[in-house]
Design a protein around this ligand. Sequence first.
Ligand code: FES
Ligand SMILES: [Fe+2]
Length: 325
Amino acid sequence: VFRTSWHYVGHTGMPADPGSYFPARAGGIPIVVTRDAAGTLRALGNVCRHRGAIVCEEPGTGDALRCPYHAWTYGLDGRLRTAPRSGREPHFAPGANSLRELPVGTWGPFIFAAADPAVPPLDEVLADLPDRIAAEGIDVDTLVFRERTHMTYQANWKICIENYLECYHCRVAHPEFARVIDTGPDAYVLTPVDTYSSQYGPVQASHGGSLDTGGAVARSNFHLLYPDTTINIYPGEPNLSIGPVLPSGTGTTDRFLDYFVGPDADEAWIASWMEFDDRVGREDLALVESVQRGMDAALYPDGTLFVDSEELIVGFHDYLRRALG
Ligand code: FES
Ligand SMILES: [Fe+2]
């Protein structure tokens, strides 16, 4: 599921200049994304070829990555440059000790990486998702990065993804969200696709909610690029948040979100959008942690899915079955 797929890892402003890098995870795999002196973007396995320490722990600038354990030093192309005392080892072959180069790709400012060189091309996996998002009024090339937020859930990964994929709970558990977005079963659109799934929510005709929905984006849309990259867009001014939901253990999940806005977005609007999204996020945190406690009780062999309202969970289970062969 995680090795053979693409994962959002960061944005093109993170290794902004030639000679910069940042550590990330592609699925569960530690990687370092580099931009070398010529500007070439790479994803490298962030595991030292000596005895396996993590080479890069913090974003930085420079022309080399130095392992903190014994100071083996690699170029930003991954090639081993120096290893202290290697001159005393006649059979040591520096050329055979590069950091592994992994698949990397971009869509607008978004950087994706994969752990397995055999992953299908990024364009093929994104399919028509970029066109869909453009059609919603978002020009990804003009987006401006605002901030990254981090969350940890005391719930397993599957519970978190399933929660993301349905809005059956929205009226009940996200009252403020549901004041703004029409989450009724006839208005809220669920679209399963092979490599991702999408949800579209029209704005309530005359809502008294806290989000000003006047702007280029007419409706909410939430996309999951399988298996873990979520993309969230709210009605109003051009906005987008993107980030992976990744297991950090059998009962814990980590998530980060990079928030972007259009170049002319109003500061007051940005503040209300961030607050609106944060509220929904905190409500979801309580829900998934509740489900984890319920699952831990192991009182029933299985649950019930409503195939109309929870269609995307069914699609996600189909995806998992395919991915697991
Ligand atoms: S593990 Fe990296 S230099 Fe030894
Ligand atoms: Fe939710």
